[in-house]
Design a protein around this ligand. Structure first.
Ligand code: GAP
Length: 445
């Protein structure tokens, strides 16, 4: 059985994110800007690690998937062909009483305004297109319109032929991409869960049509396992298949990887069988043939596409929520009890892997501290902190989720050894400086 979601966890994580430099409200000195967020010195490391782990598992460790980085600005013809101009809409209603706007399909009660509680005050639903439109070049108006992509996927479909011709890949093969997407969401919220600017990690896997079912199952399982392998407890994750009426306009079947957020189960990633819809649409609209001739079988076909589509920013938030822990511990070095907050990130996700902490700012400790830092930095992302009492510095690193702290003290000057402190057990080992890389290597590999 899954644990009950903890409603207090949300505020705790959001506060920690601000306090420790993970995530700041965007344009905060101007009062913030419509649910946009900036990733601070620690958050940017977390986000990079999430993306790096996805890339490693999808591209680096496979021979059948190649990468791509396509343009964000795109002509209307792409979105006309993909169906987004017609179909990428949400039902928008206005409350006649308080003038607030809502997404009809997200209302608990479609007859009661959640803001002013007026009943029957909504206008008829209008189809609101979620794509951001802008203009390319100095002249605004018809002919100069371009769109900010609402998904990275189309960049991979329109490059299908280029990749096929240059990469020597043959179905089944995939194209993977990480990048920003933009949606003019009617209602944003839940911190970085739903924003208008976000990052996606998507992969389009092109397969013979009769193998689509097999690969859909394969990617459902692979993608669920990726989160488990990176430390999210199994009971906080589940796969949920979409009902018929939930399916996007291009999908024959979709399953979501869901995470138990503080407000309940919600989507982290969708795995969809997009059939041959996109390639056929683009072939028809562009006049380019986007089929594949299988020489061994003597057959020509338009590949089907299985698409695992994840949100990098949303996934980073799930890693934060899953890692958050509070416990009562003895004050290190003093025996008194105190509470500590610790982010128990998997070490591959942790923003910093090691913190180098000279016990005092005395100049004689700086030389060995710099030596240790210089030795570790080529291998690991390190923090360096020489302010405050050592206990408080350990607490700070716990809140950043740093797996190991290396403390340089006055004994170091005699024995050329340092103290390595483990984030989770708080156990401390004395390790010679010359053996430090060998000591940390197996733990952080
Ligand atoms: N190409 C298919 C596609 O874009 P999607 O389910 O709309 O599918 C994929 O998006 C993932 O992108 C979602 O599972 C979610 O993690 C992320 N995502 C979508 N909209 C988002 C938003 N407004 N804010 C943050 N992440 C979002």
């Amino acid at each position: 059985m899954s644990p009950a979601p903890d409603p207090l966890l949300f505020d705790k994580v959001v506060n920690l994110c601000k306090r420790r430099g993970f995530v700041f409200p965007s344009a905060e000195i101007y009062g913030g800007f419509r649910s946009t967020y900036d990733y601070g010195p620690v958050g940017v490391l977390l986000l990079r690690n999430v993306k790096e782990e996805w890339w490693r598992s999808m591209v680096q460790l496979r021979h059948d998937i190649v990468g791509l980085d396509a343009a964000i600005l795109s002509p209307p013809s792409i979105w006309e062909a993909s169906g987004h101009l017609q179909n990428f809409t949400d039902p928008l209603v206005d409350c006649r009483s308080c003038r607030e706007r809502f997404r009809l399909d997200k209302l608990d009660d479609p007859n009661e305004c959640p803001n002013c509680h007026a009943k029957g005050s909504f206008t008829d639903a209008r189809h609101f297109n979620l794509m951001f439109k802008t203009y390319a070049g100095p002249v605004e108006g018809k002919g100069a319109e371009v769109y900010l992509r609402p998904e990275t996927a189309q960049g991979m479909f329109v490059n299908f032929k280029n990749v096929l011709e240059t990469s020597r890949k043959r179905p089944p093969f995939g194209i993977a991409q990480i990048g920003k997407s933009f949606r003019n969401e009617i209602t944003t919220g839940n911190f970085v869960f739903r924003t208008r600017e976000f990052e996606q990690m998507e992969m389009e896997y092109f397969v013979p049509p009769d193998e689509a079912g097999k690969w859909y199952e394969y990617w459902r399982n692979e993608r669920l396992q990726w989160y488990v392998d990176l430390g999210i407890p199994k009971d906080l994750l589940r796969l949920r298949a979409h009902d018929e009426e939930e399916l996007s306009h291009y999908s024959a079947a979709t399953s979501d990887v869901e995470f138990l957020f503080p407000w309940g189960w919600d989507e982290l990633e969708g795995i969809a069988n997009r059939t041959d819809y996109d390639l056929r649409q683009h072939a028809e609209a562009s006049g380019e043939s986007l089929d594949y001739f299988d020489q061994a079988l003597g057959e020509r076909y338009v590949p089907y596409v299985i698409e695992p589509a994840a949100g990098a920013t949303r996934t980073a938030m799930a890693f934060l929520m899953a890692a958050y822990d509070e416990e009562e511990v003895a004050r290190e070095g003093q025996g008194q009890g105190e509470g500590r907050t610790v982010l128990r990130f998997h070490h591959r996700i942790a923003p910093y892997k090691v913190a180098v902490l000279p016990l005092s700012r005395k100049p004689e400790l700086q030389e060995p501290a710099n030596e240790v830092l210089g030795m570790l930095q080529p291998h690991y992302m390190c923090d360096y902190d020489e302010t405050q009492a050592i206990g408080r510095r350990y607490r700070r690193q716990d809140e950043l989720g740093t797996p190991y702290c290396v403390t340089i003290d006055f004994d170091t000057l005699d024995d050329r050894a340092v103290t390595v402190r483990d984030r989770d057990s708080m156990a401390q080992d004395r390790v010679p400086i010359d053996a430090l890389l060998d000591h940390l290597g197996p733990k952080l590999s």
